[in-house]
Design a protein around this ligand. Structure first.
Ligand code: HEC
Length: 180
């Protein structure tokens, strides 16, 4: 083999190796490279809300202890609570449930499951604790798909009761009951 023939072989071999490497770098063949940020269990906000750890004690009081059913409302429905609830509603709920809480929020229409009308009897006839748990845990469909996200990361326990107290002021069907 002449010098040039050998040079040609070397060039062809190098080009081949290069070409094969490029297949990986352009993701034609995708390799799952280990990177340390990736091999930790990380979730996007509100995705897979983690259960309360076993034997842990909620610092905001016994708001909900697994298996104990719905808690009862410890926050009195006064002006402060309702006003806090109104503000919190306009931050965390309004986009889906709408400014009138009738389920016609900006985002609501784009959802697969239409948000509930919070002023109607179906919701208003549920006890405070049930609404509290809905806000805390969200609503999951039978197949595990999320209808409404859990909002326990967005609202403290107190915040959630304030929202519940606010929701009570929206009851549509009720004739205004005079306060005793
Ligand atoms: C991402 C959109 C979204 C947000 C934000 C949201 N919801 Fe919902 N909510 C839904 C949907 C969708 C449903 C109906 C789910 C179904 O029918 O399965 C629902 C249902 C409900 C129900 C009815 C539960 C029942 O058992 O009848 C209540 C009460 C409720 N939401 C309260 C709230 C409150 C209070 C907030 C804010 C703290 C809130 N939601 C924020 C989408 C949302």
């Amino acid at each position: 083999m002449s010098f040039y023939q050998r040079l040609l072989v070397v060039i062809v071999v190098v080009a081949l190796i290069f070409g094969v490497l490029m297949i990986f770098s352009f993701d034609i063949v995708k390799l799952d490279w280990i990177s340390f940020m990736e091999i930790q269990p990380s979730y996007k906000p509100m995705e897979h809300p983690l259960p309360v750890g076993a034997r842990s004690i909620p610092i905001e009081g016994a708001a909900y202890v697994a298996g104990q059913g719905a808690p009862s409302n410890p926050i009195a429905t006064d002006e402060v609570s309702v006003e806090r609830g109104r503000v919190l509603y306009s931050v965390t709920c309004i986009q889906c449930h709408g400014p009138k809480a009738d389920g016609n929020g900006v985002v609501g229409g784009a959802l697969m499951f239409p948000p509930a009308n919070l002023t109607g009897d179906v919701v208003q006839n549920k006890p405070d604790g049930a609404l509290f748990l809905t806000i805390s845990n969200g609503i999951q469909g039978a197949g595990g798909q999320i209808h409404m996200p859990a909002l326990n990361e967005n609202l403290t326990v107190r915040d959630r009761w304030d929202v519940v107290n606010y929701l009570r002021t929206l009851k549509a069907s009720a004739a205004p009951t005079p306060k005793p």
